[in-house]
Design a protein around this ligand. Structure first.
Ligand code: NAD
Ligand code: TDX
Length: 345
């Protein structure tokens, strides 16, 4: 593999993956990114120009996608609308980018017989009960809850169908919740860190008992690179690092390591349809491909992430104001939606 196309490479995980590839391989990377509210070319700052090329464009643009795909050995597909809260307020871009965008890429890789790796989420499996001893595996039935996760599920199924029907050389991975540098401040961990840095109280949805399975973004990158090199065609791999914690505990740790009381937060209206618990069994990836996470010390990863946001206000300062304005508007709509649901029952 000499030259790869990374879709969504100016987003959180995509940019970290491009950084990982640049540091650990000789591969030349072409990034295609629409630079939506979530994309930031500054996230690729400092990378060697002769190794990393940014093309601003839409993955639903079939002509552009065809041109880009025809010039590479593999495509790693991160581009997506990725935030559950936004999908509850305006699902249209989720259907467009996540479903039509993936379809457009699949048609191009089919035409040019190019290797494809599809990035997806554990949310396609729905949620687990808090007291369920089980975890998601590659054979757990799909049962997505939100417009976001249902469009990701749809995109996964398209990839599987293109493998089966057309022999497209593709692999898929479904990863748990990522954290690390360059994550948009709309997401849980950076939202809380940046609120505290701004002297504002963090906001916990509902009782904060919902569980997420946290993985450092560098471990996601190494897993994807392993699958790209050694994955079996048509296979789905689950990526996770045994990092289950409830939101209240994560927020307590953030507050504590920033010098505040663990309970110095506000409880706010819950997310409608809020998934209870995600948990990944990544044993296929470990046993079959020999992958191991290297960043499992959550306290250390969190401390480094807090340090990054503390030192890089230039990257998130403007985004923060816009994001909190959007959240204020969404909170009113959520409260109405929950109240309406209550009266129906
Ligand atoms: P992100 O929102 O930070 O980045 C998405 C990127 O895609 C942005 O740069 C955006 O500009 C770009 N994009 C959006 N629409 C586009 C379009 N039509 N054409 C071209 N580019 C477009 O998302 P992220 O958190 O980095 O997630 C990346 C991928 O990983 C997604 O597919 C997501 O479903 C998946 N994933 C995320 C997590 C997580 O915890 N964040 C976990 C598992 C899987
Ligand atoms: O302010 C908040 N308060 C809060 O309690 C925010 C933004 C979130 N939460 C809760 C909701 C979730 O239980 O924190 C948890 C994590 O929330 P998000 O960061 O929005 O992530 P989640 O909804 O779990 O989805 C993430 O992981 C799977 C990514 O955003 C998805 O792209 C990925 O597929």
């Amino acid at each position: 593999m000499k030259r790869i196309l990374v879709t969504g490479g100016a987003g959180f995980i995509g940019a970290n993956f491009v950084r990982y590839i640049t540091a650990h391989t000789e591969v030349h990377v072409v990034v295609v990114d629409l630079l939506t509210y979530a994309g930031n070319p500054e996230s690729l700052k400092g990378l060697p120009e002769e190794r990393v090329e940014l093309r601003i464009g839409d993955i639903t643009d079939a002509k552009l996608v065809d041109e880009l795909v025809s010039s590479v050995d593999a495509v790693v597909h991160f581009a997506a609308e990725s935030h559950n809260d936004n999908s509850l307020h305006d699902p249209a871009p989720f259907v467009n980018t996540n479903v039509i965008g993936t379809f457009t890429l699949l048609e191009a890789v089919r035409r040019h017989d190019v290797r494809f790796h599809h990035i997806s989420t554990d949310e396609v499996y729905g949620d687990l009960e808090l007291d369920d001893p089980g975890r998601f595996t590659e054979t757990t039935p799909y049962n997505p809850s939100s417009p976001y996760s249902s469009t990701k599920a749809a995109s996964d199924l398209l990839v599987r169908a293109w493998v089966r029907s057309f022999g497209v050389r593709a692999t898929l991975s479904n990863c748990s919740n990522n954290y690390g540098p360059y994550q948009h401040v709309e997401k849980f961990i950076p939202r809380q860190i940046t609120s505290i840095l701004n002297g504002e109280r963090p906001k916990l949805y509902g009782a904060g008992t919902n569980v997420r399975d946290w993985i450092h973004v560098d471990d996601h990158s190494s897993a994807v690179w392993t699958i790209l090199q050694h994955g079996a065609m048509g296979r789905t791999y689950l990526i996770g690092a045994d990092g289950e914690q409830n939101n209240r505990d994560v927020l307590g740790s953030i507050l504590e390591s920033m010098g505040h009381e663990r309970d110095a937060f506000d409880m706010v209206t819950d997310r409608p349809g809020h998934d209870l618990r995600y948990a990944i069994d990544a044993s296929s990836l470990r046993n079959e491909l020999g992958w191991r996470p290297q960043r499992q010390d959550f306290s250390e990863g969190l401390a480094q992430t807090i340090k990054w946001y503390r030192e890089n206000r230039w990257w998130w300062g403007l985004l923060k104001t816009q994001t909190e304005e959007r959240y204020s508007a969404q909170e009113t709509t959520n409260a109405r939606a929950l109240a309406a649901r209550g009266t129906e029952q």
